[in-house]
Design a protein. Structure first.
Length: 360
């Protein structure tokens, strides 16, 4: 009989991308796989007809609004009821939780059926949903070492690496695709980074051009900013590609000399693995300040610069970017540091930890 694995992940990229990547890996190995996520997570797989997710709604009990907090507990209760129904029907051999509150109902309910639960933490700080599941999990897999794990659970911990797309994992060596005629800058904003990036960065690129630097800018932005940003670059004769979403993100990364980015775990890991130096701008309101801690992990290893949002001004960004463009040795030093973040064995590492539950 074919073994079955349920993957449960919240709808942010840091949770859903590792789940999707690992799902595809085990699917190709002949396992039955099922993804449980929310409507946000569904958007990440809308172009992949092979993945038919099961949708759960889950509340966020950390909401400060009392009424919303109460309603969230009702939502969680009903999501647990639905999770029981899913597990009774699917009877998985393994439940894999990737964090986010949507992952909690399935992961928590697995204990009532004695289905083994393995959780994965992509950030450098343990997420709240995963924290609640420590007691019930058989194993705790980490992308990187974390500091807020209680001592009594450390016997369950295995550091496996960041679960990136295989086309990124298989990226062999530093071989940039750009012609090197221009200094190529990639801006990865996403929905939470687009507004301030769209306000600050175009002016900085114009100032760099006026200083004699030839810049090619590839900038992700919000829909309502796109035309304004394009018009600005066109007016100032700046080579640009402005987009809301591009499925060929790896090609954009490989053709870039520098990235300016928010600090989601998957994004920073992808930049490090492809040897792309980056300026990290953490979202200040990220839960438990995890974006800053993700960025700090790479800064301490000489892989990036951190520019916190309260310091993300035209003047500060211009100064940092001009110093970076003029210091090619620094860029090369960062790329050498990034080579130390080896991630090529992550799928083998994960398999080694879960084989005892799914051996055929």
């Amino acid at each position: 009989m074919t073994k079955k694995i349920i993957f449960s992940a919240g709808g942010s990229g840091g949770h859903i991308f590792p789940a999707i990547n690992l799902m595809k890996h085990f699917s190709k190995k002949g396992f039955d796989v099922l993804l449980v996520t929310d409507e946000r997570g569904k958007k990440f797989i809308k172009d992949d007809q092979k993945i038919q997710p099961c949708i759960l709604n889950a509340g966020t009990p950390t909401n400060k609004n009392i009424l919303k907090k109460i309603l969230s507990f009702f939502t969680i209760f009903f999501s647990i009821i639905k999770a029981i129904s899913i597990l009774k029907k699917e009877k998985p051999d393994l439940v894999f939780g990737f964090g986010g509150y949507v992952s909690f109902p399935i992961s928590f309910t697995s204990r009532f059926f004695n289905f083994p639960l393995v959780i994965y933490e992509n950030n450098v700080i343990l997420g709240r949903a995963n924290k609640y599941l420590l007691t019930f999990s058989k194993k705790i897999l980490l992308a990187k070492k974390i500091e807020n794990l209680p001592e009594k659970y450390k016997y369950k911990v295995y550091e496996v690496g960041s679960i990136l797309e295989k086309k990124i994992i298989n990226y062999a060596d530093y071989n940039k695709l750009s012609s090197k005629k221009d200094f190529s800058v990639l801006v990865i904003g996403g929905s939470q980074g687009a507004e301030i990036f769209g306000t600050i960065i175009p002016s900085v690129i114009k100032m760099l051009k006026e200083k004699g630097h030839t810049i090619q800018i590839k900038q992700q932005c919000a829909k309502d900013q796109k035309n304004k940003i394009i018009d600005f670059y066109k007016k100032n004769e700046i080579n640009n590609y402005v987009f809301e979403f591009d499925k060929n993100m790896l090609e954009l990364i490989l053709s870039s000399d520098l990235a300016i980015t928010r600090c989601g775990a998957s994004t920073t890991a992808e930049l490090a693995h492809t040897l792309t130096p980056f300026i990290a701008v953490p979202i200040p309101q990220s839960i438990d300040n995890h974006q800053y801690l993700n960025a700090k992990y790479y800064e301490e290893r000489g892989c990036c610069w951190i520019l916190e949002q309260n310091s993300f001004t035209i003047e500060n960004l211009f100064k940092l970017m001009e110093e970076t463009i003029n210091n090619k040795k620094k860029l090369e030093e960062i790329r050498k540091n990034m080579k130390k973040n080896d991630n090529k064995n992550v799928y083998t590492n994960v398999e080694n930890q879960v084989n005892e539950f799914i051996e055929k």
